[in-house]
Design a protein around this ligand. Sequence first.
Ligand code: SME
Length: 156
Amino acid sequence: MKDKITIYKEIHEKWKYLYDPQSPWYTNLSNAVALLHEKLGYFWTGFYLVDNNLLQLGPFQGPTACTRISKGKGVCGTCWEEQTTQIVPNVHEFPGHIACSSLSESEIVIPCFNQNGEIWAVLDIDSKILNDFDLVDKQELEFFCASLEQIDHDRN
Ligand code: SME
């Protein structure tokens, strides 16, 4: 089995040619989420996009999910409000966690910043295993999310 650093390296390399500047933002964001989901293999991988002062469900892979999240609500809304990555080792112990699936046990949510330093989306990854995310995931996923800033530029 490949180590996590190798898998993230493959993700960063593949994203460089997967991003298609001639395609609309939703095409590129859909492929970004598919790449992460395929390579990392967690239970649920998806983006919530900042839209009209809410987080609105965007491209994702996995079971159906809740469609809108307010600022400060759940892990995603906390990430948006605090503008920092949230690592939740046990979702059942996170006050106000929004349970889209009873199978989710731990999660990581990463803010995606645009060229103006504003959050335009959050990346939410859920695992069926407790305590499944660490500082390597944080560092690598923050790097990946930073490489998506052009997508928000394409969106506006
Ligand atoms: N876990 C999130 C809600 C989204 S679902 O997990 C896909 C939260 O508490 O923000």
